[in-house]
Design a protein around this ligand. Structure first.
Ligand code: PLP
Length: 360
C-alpha cells in the first residue's frame, strides 16, 4: 500500500501515525476486550477517552475554565441554526460578515430566527479578499457578531479580528482550528466540523463561553440546546464515540509534535513554499488578495480550463490527489492542513514546476 498526497478540503488527510494507532486498536482498545466502536459511551474506558480529548483540546488551545467544550454532531452546518436559536436572546439581532458560501449559509439560516445585518461582503470579487470592516456599521445591541475565520472554498482568512466591544464574537473555525494560535478569550463561541483538521466527519466541536449558555425558547429542539449538552457533558444522547476517539489520537499526535505553535510554524513554511512559487510562476497564479491568503486552503488557476484539467489529471497520476477546485470556483485548490507535511507541499511544488516546464 502506498499513501497518496491528499489535498482534499474535507474530509481530509489524517496523520498516518494516528491511522496506524487506530488500526492497532481497532479490534481491541487497550485491555477492554472490545473496539472503541463497541463500547458503552458511559463506560469507564470511554469516559477516559472523551475526558482526554477534552483536556488535550483545552491544553493545546489554552481554553479558559469559563468556557465549555461540547462534542456534538450535525456538522458545522447544524451550528448555523444552533447559534441563532441559542444566542438570539435580547435584541434578536446579529451581524454577519459575508466572506463566502459558508458565511452566506450561516447568515441565511440565522435569518429564519432573527434580524440579520450583513455588515460587509466580498461577493463583488468572488470572495477573493476579506472586506474592510467599518465599526460604525456594526449593530451596537446585536446578540452576536459572526465571522467565518478561514474560508475553505475561497482560500482567505482573517489576519486581525473585528473589534466588537461587548457584542460576543462568534467564529466558524472549521478549517483553521488547531492550525494557528487562536486567542479563545476574544470569542463568545467557536465552532468547527472535525473533518477538516481534527478528525473524521461526524463530530462537531463547540467552544462556548459559559455566560452564553442559557435557556431557550420552548420550541427549540432539545438536541439543539447548548445548555442540555453542557449540563450533560456532551452525553445527553450517544455522542459520536469513534470520531471523538480519533480526534483524541489527533490531539495526542499534535501535542507530541510540539502543539499548535509548532504546527503554525510549519504551516507558515508550507504556505510560503506554495505561494512564493505561485507568485513567480508564469503559468499558475493564486486567486486571493495576498494579504488575506489562507494558510490552509490555497486556490490557484492557469489561464486555460484545458490546462487546469490536464494538470489535475497528471497530478493525480503522480499521487497528488483532490486538487480540483470547489465546483463554484473552478481551477485548483490545495488544502494543506496540519497532517500534510512540508515535504508533501514541496513535492507538489516540484511537480507544478515540472508541469510548467513541460507545457510552455
Ligand atoms: C466544511 C465547512 C463547513 C460545513 O461543514 P459541515 O460539517 O459539512 O456542515 C462550514 N464552514 C466551513 C468554514 C467549512 O470549511
Amino acid at each position: 500500500m502506498s499513501r497518496v498526497y491528499n489535498f482534499s478540503a474535507g474530509p481530509s488527510v489524517l496523520p498516518e501515525e494516528v491511522l496506524k494507532k487506530a488500526a492497532e486498536q481497532m479490534t481491541e482498545y487497550e485491555n477492554s476486550g472490545m473496539s472503541v466502536m463497541e463500547m458503552s459511551h458511559r463506560s469507564a474506558d470511554y469516559e477516559a477517552i472523551i475526558g482526554k480529548a477534552e483536556s488535550l483540546l483545552r491544553e493545546l488551545m489554552h481554553i479558559p475554565d469559563n468556557y465549555k467544550v461540547l462534542f456534538l454532531q450535525g456538522g458545522a452546518s447544524t451550528q448555523f441554526a444552533m447559534i441563532p436559536l441559542n444566542l438570539l436572546k435580547k435584541s434578536k439581532k446579529a451581524d454577519y460578515v459575508i466572506t463566502g458560501q459558508w458565511a452566506k449559509k450561516a447568515a441565511q439560516e440565522a435569518e429564519k430566527y432573527g434580524e440579520v445585518k450583513k455588515v460587509a461582503s466580498s461577493a463583488d470579487k468572488t470572495f477573493s479578499y476579506i472586506p474592510e470592516l467599518d465599526k460604525s456599521e456594526f449593530t451596537p445591541d446585536a446578540d452576536y457578531f459572526h465571522i467565518t475565520f478561514n474560508n475553505t472554498i475561497y482560500g482567505t482568512r482573517y489576519t486581525s479580528l473585528p473589534d466588537t466591544g461587548n457584542v460576543p464574537l462568534v467564529a466558524d473555525i472549521s478549517s483553521n482550528i488547531l492550525s494557528e494560535p487562536i486567542d479563545v478569550t476574544k470569542f463568545g463561541l467557536l465552532y468547527a466540523g472535525a473533518q477538516k483538521n481534527m478528525g473524521p466527519a461526524g463530530l462537531t466541536v463547540v467552544i462556548i463561553r459559559e455566560d452564553l449558555i442559557g435557556d431557550v425558547e420552548p420550541f427549540v429542539p432539545t438536541m439543539l440546546t447548548y445548555k442540555i449538552h453542557a449540563e450533560n457533558g456532551s452525553m445527553y444522547n450517544t455522542p459520536p464515540t469513534y470520531a471523538i476517539y480519533i480526534c483524541m489520537l489527533v490531539l495526542e499526535w499534535l501535542k507530541e509534535n510540539g502543539g499548535i505553535e509548532a504546527m503554525y510554524e510549519t504551516n507558515l513554511k508550507k504556505a510560503e513554499t506554495i505561494y512564493s512559487y505561485l507568485d513567480s510562476s508564469q503559468m499558475f497564479k493564486g486567486t486571493v488578495e495576498p494579504k488575506d491568503r489562507s494558510l490552509m486552503n490555497v486556490p490557484f488557476i492557469t489561464d486555460s480550463e484545458e490546462l487546469n484539467a490536464k494538470f489535475i489529471k497528471e497530478a493525480k497520476a503522480k499521487g497528488f490527489v483532490n486538487l480540483k477546485g470547489h465546483r463554484t470556483v473552478g481551477g485548483m485548490r490545495a488544502s494543506i492542513y496540519n497532517a500534510m507535511s512540508l515535504e508533501g507541499v514541496e513535492a507538489l511544488v516540484d511537480f507544478m514546476k515540472e508541469f510548467e516546464k513541460n507545457n510552455k
